[in-house]
Design a protein around this ligand. Structure first.
Ligand code: SAH
Length: 349
């Protein structure tokens, strides 16, 4: 099979074997990237028309007990200025978001032991009480099955937990004192409980190869998550990986298109990290198969402090400015902004 035939097979069957994915990644050139992009675009339009879903991201704590080598809010970074939002501040951010039309709130944070189950549950139920029409997505790391279940019962709808890399060896070098098996088990537990689940990985990690991406894609195909978050790794100055190169645009766009074809109905964000490595990165992401963007609803005073990587965009703008800026960007690609909850199309409550 040549490149075009491999892409046709992926488009027609939504699957490829490991050797075929590797062949595609090793040989993709500008014209085959354009070809797979068109197939990815056609596929997302078939299932989600020209809609782009917006999620309001609330970064509510940058305390973290973990020490991920790539992350700016890792526990050992003594230069990070730590903050936590309290329940009222979180509700305020939701209220600002609600008035701007948002119907999904993504609560993201480091793994902060201060927010024990009782506090998390209280936050979830308070948001649900005030905004019953809204979906809540949690992105707060690895917890026990019981904790995940309690959050779900309190009203959480979705959970984002990127697997980061599906290559165990690489995972171990990046995550001191964490277990690859546990992270994968968390994802299966979340699915079992009934969440809409998001996995995903970073692109351009030190020593990462196309074989590693094959592992990521095969893992995603097996897990069948409802959402997939991928983005370039971007070095942060206060981490051990500060001198590394980071991920590039072309590889990220190629992987977005492949994921759209492997999991045709998936909710696939065009991420802030992609917008950080290229001024039109998010627009290009949408044109390569992505169908979600996640503007920031965190209070402006804390934005700079949630610094996972250097150069993060949109840290100075109010929520309303972010929303209208993104709406313009979405329109410039020919898509339309959709402010509904934006559940996965096979989702039934
Ligand atoms: N504590 C939560 C949220 C982590 S932050 C959890 O464990 O899931 C959200 C995501 O940001 C991470 O999953 C990681 O993929 C990404 N991230 C962290 N540092 C990054 C960096 N330097 N460059 C790009 N993405 C990064």
């Amino acid at each position: 099979m040549n490149l075009k035939q491999t892409i046709d097979k992926l488009y027609n069957t939504n699957s490829l074997d490991e050797g075929e994915i590797l062949f595609l990644l090793d040989n993709i050139d500008d014209s085959s990237l354009e070809y797979i992009r068109q197939k990815a675009l056609e596929t997302r339009i078939k299932y989600y028309e020209d809609k782009v879903f917006l999620r309001g991201l609330i970064e509510f704590t940058n305390y973290c007990k973990n020490d991920c080598m790539y992350c700016g809010i890792r526990a050992s970074n003594k230069n990070a200025q730590r903050y936590r939002l309290n329940k009222d501040e979180i509700l305020k951010a939701c209220s600002v978001g609600y008035n701007l039309g948002f119907r999904t709130f993504v609560l993201q944070g480091g793994e902060d032991p201060y927010f024990d189950d009782e506090k998390v549950i209280d936050i979830i139920s308070s948001i649900k009480e005030k905004f019953p029409s809204c979906a809540i997505t949690l992105s707060i790391g690895e917890k026990s099955f019981e904790s995940y279940k309690k959050y779900f019962d309190a009203g959480a709808d979705r959970y984002l937990l990127r697997h980061e890399t599906a290559s165990k060896g690489l995972y171990k070098t990046l995550h001191p004192n964490m277990s690859f098996e546990n992270r994968i088990e968390c994802l299966y537990n979340l699915k079992k409980i009934g969440y809409q689940v998001g996995a995903g990985f970073m692109i351009g990690l030190p020593k990462q190869t196309n074989e590693d991406f094959v592992n990521d894609l095969m893992f995603l195909k097996k897990l069948e998550p409802h959402m997939v978050g991928i983005g370039p790794f971007i070095p942060h100055k206060d981490t051990p990986l500060h001198g590394e190169k980071g991920g590039d645009l072309k590889t990220t766009l190629t992987l977005l298109s492949i994921i759209r074809l492997l999991l045709p109905k998936v909710l696939l964000p065009s991420t802030t990290a992609l917008g950080t490595i290229h001024p039109k990165g998010r627009e290009m992401g949408l044109l390569h198969g992505a169908n979600v963007v996640m503007p920031n609803l965190s209070p402006v005073e804390v934005r700079e402090k949630y610094s996972l990587y250097d150069g993060k965009i949109c840290t100075g703008e109010e929520a309303a400015e972010c929303r209208s800026c993104l709406e313009n960007r979405i329109r410039s690609t020919g898509f339309v902004t959709d402010m509904s909850r934006g559940d996965h199309i096979e989702w039934e409550k």
